[in-house]
Design a protein around this ligand. Sequence first.
Ligand code: BDP
Length: 333
Amino acid sequence: MKKNLVTLLAVAFSAVMLNVVFNVGIVSAADTIELKLSEIHPQGYPTELGDEEFARLVKERSQGRINITVFPGGQLGGDEKAVVEQVQMGAIDFARISLAPVLQFAKELSVLSLPYIYRDSAHMWKVLSGPIGQDLLKSVDKANLVGLAYYDAGARSFYNSKKDIKTVADLKGMKIRVQEAKLMMDLVRALGASPTPMATGDVYSALQTNVIDGAENNWPSYISFSHYQVAKFYTVDKHTCIPEILVGSKKNFSNLSKADLDLISKAAKDAVEFQKKKWAESEKVNEEKAKAAGCKITYLDAKTIAEFQKAVQPIYADYKDYADLIKKIQDVK
Ligand code: BDP
């Protein structure tokens, strides 16, 4: 009888213990949040390094409870347009994308990428991290996205496989690939060239097969996408700066607590300085790589840049509803 009671107690105790262990296991499993981030660039590219830093901060500050896996090289979701749709639907939690594919959802965002709107990188960053940029970051909400932070993408310039572009007139009639954004089509048209919107991943073969004559991008992308191998004329005209943006899925964020959302949002902002540093290093390294690879690089003088600026002025008229905002941006010292 006594023995039976001991056995019974032992069984009951083990059951309780199992339950505790089991429950603890369940609780912690349920408590761990696994999230995915899509990045078109390969591992080591400065935006990808920014993503990794963001994920690291989130993990550290949540004591390992929130785990963000970065999927580089476009392996999660495909091209940027498709990725945006999947973030909107909640199939992907985060994406680092160019601002270009979200301009269609919030026209006011285009003011941040108007040609030659910034005097230099310091001016751009004053705008992006100041009240104007931070207010505009919220406008991606209209696209069912949560704007978390801007990343640096420097300035974009033209490159092509045909000839050395030294003046605006040299661009006349050239077929130039642009990102899928009206602003970029208008910009190329204003310079007398013919815009061909196309997904990033198709540009290399389009250059190779002469479907297009050229494209435009910053130094790190020119090298990383291997475009320099098939379009060796690069003209440093710096016609526009299109910031990168880190976005989250509004749909999926509704499952997160306010405290976790704050933690994520702060980590994104805190990763920016790191990303900017990596960007600056990468711009220099890749400009040098282009030189070493024998690319024909043309640096335009101030007078020629002024001609480019004049040619793109008509675009500003399309944004007259935002004239005050544009003036405010230009006035940021
Ligand atoms: C690069 C951006 C990338 C864009 C690409 C493009 O980092 O997000 O997709 O340009 O032109 O600079 O498609």
